[in-house]
Design a protein. Structure first.
Length: 256
């Protein structure tokens, strides 16, 4: 029996040398006393023998899914390739516009909840870098001066906003849902008055936006009902004031 060694090596490369991710929690949502964790996947570099002196470069990834579906594992095709080329990757989850799982089932989280989560997760990465500097047995060995934010589709929309929107926490539309909730970002602290204090920045040195929706009014006007529903959920309100023809164009207030 002849053995095709080329096929064997391809098999070993694709199915044995798989990059394994570690799950971490960067924050939590508390609804009616129940806690829903906000998680991310960290994939360590596999393509280098030793870490750079200043730490690994980072690619921070955000999945797509119309802001209402998807998971960090959806970005694995990208993160595995990046990890094999020496990048540490972090793929973050974020709240859906209409949550339908776990403790926060049937709770609406319109914009800017998704952006606030993405920025929190990126600040968490910087916090882990600071922990590693003080104690090399803790945190992540990353270079905070070499961070790129990458996203696909809805994740690309968030990737663009993550580094371009002001650092201050954007107020969430909590009146959309009757169930009160609080969000805790594990990268932040509070001052004596209970106000949130950002100890780290969510800035990045590069943005990789793959198929980003940028003109949301046009997207709304030329796409089927499924996309229109996604945009209404993102806005957290009805779209009676959005004009699709004529000279008047009322833009959705989805960027700061």
């Amino acid at each position: 029996m002849k053995i095709c060694w080329r096929a064997v090596w391809v098999y070993l490369f694709l199915f044995v040398n798989i990059c394994h991710a570690t799950t971490a929690t960067y924050g939590e949502v508390v609804v009616d006393g129940e806690i829903y964790p906000l998680t991310l996947e960290v994939t360590l570099p596999t393509g280098v023998n030793t870490a750079p002196v200043d730490g690994y470069p980072v690619v921070f990834a955000l999945h797509g899914g119309s802001w209402n579906s998807g998971q960090p594992q959806d970005m694995q095709d990208y993160t595995d390739i990046l990890a094999a080329n020496g990048y540490l990757t972090v793929s973050a989850s974020y709240r859906y516009t209409v949550q339908d799982v776990g403790a926060i089932k049937d709770v609406s989280f319109p914009y800017p909840a998704q952006l606030n989560d993405a920025k929190c997760a990126l600040r968490w990465v910087r916090k882990q870098a600071a922990l590693h500097v003080s104690d090399t047995s803790k945190g992540l060995n990353v270079n905070v001066d070499q961070i790129a934010v990458m996203g696909f589709s809805a994740g690309a929309h968030l990737a663009l906003l993550t580094s371009l929107v002001d650092e201050e926490l954007l107020p969430e539309q909590k009146t959309v849902t009757a169930r009160p909730y609080e969000v805790n970002c594990f990268a932040d602290d509070q001052d004596s008055s209970g106000e949130t204090v950002h100890l780290y920045t969510s800035s990045a040195q590069a943005i990789i936006a793959l198929a980003p929706p940028t003109d949301l009014l046009t997207n709304y006007c030329v796409t089927p009902n499924l996309v229109q529903t996604a945009l209404r959920n993102l806005a957290g309100r009805e779209t009676t004031g959005w004009v699709c023809d004529g000279e008047e164009r009322k833009t959705m207030s989805l960027c700061a």
